[in-house]
Design a protein around this ligand. Structure first.
Ligand code: BG6
Length: 515
């Protein structure tokens, strides 16, 4: 049976023409086209893709928005070439049947004028409350065609994808009543990051690590995301969401899946996502009565960032008075399968902390204290540190002998900095956008993944919602490492069990160059 275009795997050369460009001419239709995400992320990524000659020869971008706007205003936030600006059409409309009719007429005209077949990439860069409405309006307006032959139609959906299990299931139902699963591209921009994708290559393209990647050798894993930024101008959204929904349910749990999944049978989208789903299915259900606690939350108070005083979260504009919304989460997770039985996974993420960085640290078990251990020079655990950002690096922490007559030991490290070897300036959105245009959903999230991660977090979401933090918040100072309670989730199975000092990895590589 011939494959539809949406069934091809990325390794297929069918995607590109002989000039290395994406083969299929198309229209990229951005809802929320005059909004912040489009201007900050999507337009620069599209401009770079065009500059790199990856986008098809023939394509047009239709920015759809409610405000009146012309192209110079639309592109005023960046420096774009005239060629890029010429790709744009701005359409001021809403999602009413009349509005969609206008959109359809615009798309028909652009396809005709530019000899583009009806290949549509719809991108929802709008508030999530509008996702179902737009999908239904497109379907009703006759703009959604099922993948057939070489013509396609896809929907890219931004996060947040639901706010709990019920809303995620409802959203999936709504979108799946308009588009087939293989047409829906749910974005998690962490999957577009090179260092996140490299977790797979590190594990499955290097023979030395896979045999020891299990509970026999690994003591525990820490995944940490630390931001200097606070809620900023997104407080309206963030105060309704909180850190658990904003970072853990998606980005950090995606990283966890990639670090722990079994090797997929191939690199096709479904093989990879099947394995991530198995990890999510193996997560031990959260028990809020467990001691030590499986999760703690925090909220920042006023403090100093780089010597400058900053407000506490409750003082930010757009935040409800006395809010219990968390800006910090620390959690312990267990994956109850053969590979990971007994290995704790610690996840931590927070806003308005003292540094920016995302790291995954795999700590190996200690050797018996027989040969070299002394009080002054203990043999420490080996560690593999994956620095995801801002610099991208992999470090292998080892113990080495100090030169001299005795066996005195030192902690040493073998460092690999991406920037020494590669140009790493491409933004995650570039990779994700070109994949969506190509029709490769490998780095997008499947419906069952979103539902399983929401289902897993559900007891915590509900438990925390039922318990206001009134006078317990704020519990950490802006610019600090987060609340002291973060250590409560750590099991004392190993001596000196603590959150690692991630700041010590900050300067292992040269600072990243501005994109
Ligand atoms: C977004 C969250 O998804 O990720 C933000 O909504 C967060 O609150 C951001 O700041 C972090 O992304 P990055 O790529 O800067 O680590």
């Amino acid at each position: 049976m011939p494959m539809s275009v949406d069934d091809k795997s990325r390794s297929s050369s069918n995607f590109f023409n002989n000039k290395g460009r994406c083969k299929d001419s198309c229209l990229i239709i951005i809802f929320g086209g005059s909004g912040d995400l489009a201007k900050r992320k999507l337009f620069p990524a599209l401009a770079n893709l065009m500059f790199k000659k990856l986008l098809p020869e023939q394509f047009k971008i239709v920015a759809v928005g409610r405000k009146p706007m012309d192209i110079p205003q639309l592109l005023s936030m960046g420096k774009y070439s005239e060629d890029f600006a010429a790709k744009f059409e701005y359409l001021q409309t809403d999602y009413s049947p009349e509005g969609i009719k206008k959109l359809k007429a615009t798309c028909d005209r652009l396809c005709k004028e530019n000899n583009i077949p009806p290949n549509y990439l719809f991108y929802l860069a709008i508030p999530p409350a509008g996702y179902s409405e737009v999908a239904a309006a497109l379907k009703k307006g006759g703009m959604v065609h099922q993948p057939k032959g070489s013509h396609w139609c896809r929907l890219v959906v931004e996060k947040p994808y639901g706010r709990d299990i019920e809303s995620a299931v409802a959203l999936n139902e709504d979108l799946l009543s308009c588009f087939a699963e293989k047409q829906i591209y749910r974005i998690d921009h962490y999957l577009g990051k090179e260092a996140v994708q490299n977790l797979l290559v590190f594990r499955f393209a290097n023979s030395v690590f896979e045999p020891i990647w299990n509970h026999h050798y690994i003591d525990h894993v820490q995944i940490s995301h630390s931001e200097i930024l606070g809620a900023e101008d997104r407080a309206d959204y963030f105060d309704q969401s909180g850190l658990l929904r904003d970072m853990i349910q998606n980005h950090l749990m995606q990283i966890l899946s990639l670090v722990t999944m079994e090797p997929p049978v191939s690199m096709s989208a479904d093989s990879l996502r099947d394995e991530k789903v198995k990890v999510l299915r193996s997560l031990r259900p959260l028990d809020l009565t467990e001691e030590p606690p499986v999760a703690v939350r925090g909220q920042y108070g006023p403090g100093l960032i780089k010597g400058q005083p900053v407000n506490g979260y409750r003082e930010e504009k757009g935040v409800a008075p006395g809010t219990s919304t968390e800006t910090f989460v620390a959690m312990r997770m267990h994956i109850d399968n053969f590979r990971w039985s007994g290995v704790p996974f610690y996840l931590r993420s927070g806003k308005r902390l003292g540094r920016k960085g995302t790291e995954v640290v795999v700590t190996f078990k200690k050797l018996p204290k027989i040969l070299f251990n002394t009080k002054s020079t203990p043999v420490n655990n080996n560690r593999i540190v994956f620095k995801i950002q801002p610099q991208e690096a992999i470090l292998l922490e080892l113990t080495s002998k100090n030169p001299g007559q005795s066996f005195d030991l030192s902690d040493t490290s073998m460092n690999f900095c991406y920037s020494d070897h590669f140009d790493t300036s491409a933004d995650a959105y570039e990779r994700l956008l070109i994949d969506a245009v190509l029709g490769d959903p490998t780095l997008f999230v499947r419906s069952d993944e979103t539902e399983l991660s929401w289902k897993y977090l559900d007891p915590l979401i509900k438990g925390w919602a039922a318990q206001s933090m009134g006078s317990h918040f704020p519990n950490y100072v802006a610019g600090s490492e987060g609340p002291v309670e973060a250590t409560h989730v750590l099991l004392s199975h190993a001596e000196n069990m603590e959150w690692l000092d991630f700041a010590k990895y900050d300067n292992v590589c040269p600072p990243p160059t501005a994109p």
